[in-house]
Design a protein around this ligand. Structure first.
Ligand SMILES: [Zn+2]
Length: 454
């Protein structure tokens, strides 16, 4: 049964002589409720602004205008390619970004007595795949009942809208934050993580960062490191009438992938020793071959084949060291496997994220306050749960290279990176409330005297 909101207990705020009281909490929750239709309309606008890699300018313009209207100090900047290969926060990349920028809106606190907070989201999305298989056109942002469909709706434009409207609600409820806030809208999360790296390179830091990725309203305890690779193998081209003298590069690629599957098993097997957090995850390494192309003509023995993919590894390991292991494993396979005998060495390129994993150490103030905020946003009926994510998250960049407490927590979404991606709107409402309450508790709030009587 839902308890009346007036029974919300006060939230203890460590740095604050003035804890968040029941009336404050109710006012913040109501301010989120009051703006939720507007929030969904904003999310719809974001989803309709398709933003595949390299094409984020349109959506970033919507975001920067929204921030300017709200009085943020807005900065837009591009990823500096000169940092790739020099700054360890940056990952390799196999492409050039032209008009894509990162947008950061800042609000220094006039009070400047609380902890600072960055709210982060990425706007880049992955391709829609077979659009004919979607229930609705992938960028139509169609609402059906409690769900909003669309590529990027869940991953993670809903989170971006939650960040913005959570801060709006605090202001509308008549509160100033005691600590400074940053609103970060980054690019390149899906490929390299260099958007988040560039935010750090520009000097943006905060006492904590919250990234509202779609996590089913759970907090990420740890993620895996990830490396993205491309492997090119060579065959011996031949006409079918003398097929015996040829060697198919596609067959060589298939055999190479079988070796990588063995490597995956070896890395999975490391889990019981060092990684209790990952005990419940079926496959934390998750070798994925995402693309493959090879051959030149349907009736010729193919001369070349290239495949791209990603592989994970456990937090605590340095990406560069894992990359060396990966490369030497493959080279050894080419030397020792009779089926690959005589083949030239595979060419291995690193073409995207090459980043370690992180663990959010239990017991932080930030986690404790988010847990309270989550429970309050759920009418005191649900406790915050944690889980591990065997994939790349920008939180790794902030945690490993910025030394920041990094929280990843966001709404329920389904079919992200797949067909019929959708986000659950009641969940988005709860998450927006939780983020607003968390920001209030973390930074501390002070009622603006002219608007609010305590
Ligand atoms: Zn995402």
């Amino acid at each position: 049964m839902n308890e009346p909101t007036s029974l919300h207990p006060a939230v203890e705020v460590a740095l604050d002589e003035h804890p968040l009281m029941s009336a404050d909490i109710e006012r913040i929750i109501k301010a989120v409720d009051d703006r939720f239709d507007e929030q969904v309309a904003f999310l719809t606008q974001l989803v309709r602004a398709a933003s595949l890699r390299g094409d984020e300018a349109g959506v970033q313009k919507i975001v920067s205008s929204a921030l300017e209207e709200r009085g943020y100090d807005v900065r837009s900047f591009a990823i500096d390619p000169a940092r790739i290969g020099k700054d360890p926060a940056f990952s390799p990349t196999g492409f050039e970004l032209k008009d894509s920028t990162i947008v950061v809106g800042s609000k220094p606190s006039p009070l400047d007595r609380g902890r600072s907070l960055a709210l982060n989201a990425h706007v880049d999305v992955v391709p829609v795949g077979a659009s004919a298989r979607w229930r609705y056109e992938p960028y139509s942002a169609t609402r059906e009942g409690d769900w909003l469909y669309g590529r990027g709706a869940g991953d993670m434009k809903a989170g971006l809208a939650a960040n913005l409207f959570a801060l709006d609600a605090l202001s509308a409820a008549g509160f100033d934050l005691k600590g400074a806030v940053q609103f970060q809208s980054v690019i390149e999360e899906e490929t390299t993580g260099n958007g988040a790296a560039m935010v750090l390179a520009q000097g943006f830091r905060a006492d904590a960062v919250l990234i509202s990725e779609p996590t089913d309203e759970k907090l990420v305890r740890a993620n895996t490191g990830v490396m993205k690779f491309a492997v090119t193998v060579q065959g011996v081209p031949a006409h079918p009438f003398e097929v015996a003298i040829g060697r198919s590069a596609i067959d060589v690629a298939i055999r190479t992938i079988e070796h990588l599957r063995q490597l995956e098993q070896e890395w999975i097997a490391e889990r019981p020793i060092a990684q209790p957090d990952f005990a419940g995850v079926d496959n934390p390494i998750a070798l994925t071959i995402g693309t493959i192309s090879g051959g030149e003509w349907l009736a010729s023995v193919p001369s070349e084949c290239r495949f791209e993919g990603r592989i994970g590894f456990y937090p605590g390991d340095v990406a560069e060291a894992r990359a060396v292991k990966f490369e030497s494993y493959l080279r050894n396979a080419f030397l020792s496997d009779p089926q690959l005998k005589g083949c030239s060495e595979p060419e291995i390129e690193w073409v995207g994220v090459k980043q370690g994993g992180y663990v959010l150490a239990p017991g932080s103030d930030a986690e404790a306050l988010l847990a309270k905020a989550h429970t309050l946003a759920n009418n005191s009926e649900r406790e915050l749960q944690c889980f591990v994510m065997p994939c790349y998250l920008d939180a790794a960049v902030f945690a490993l290279h910025g030394g920041m407490t990094s929280l990843v927590y966001g709404p329920v979404a389904e079919h992200i990176h797949a067909v019929d991606e959708r986000v659950n709107l009641p969940s988005l409402l709860r998450v927006t409330k939780a983020i607003a309450l968390f920001a209030a508790a973390w930074c501390g709030v002070e009622a603006r005297a002219e608007q609010v009587k305590l």
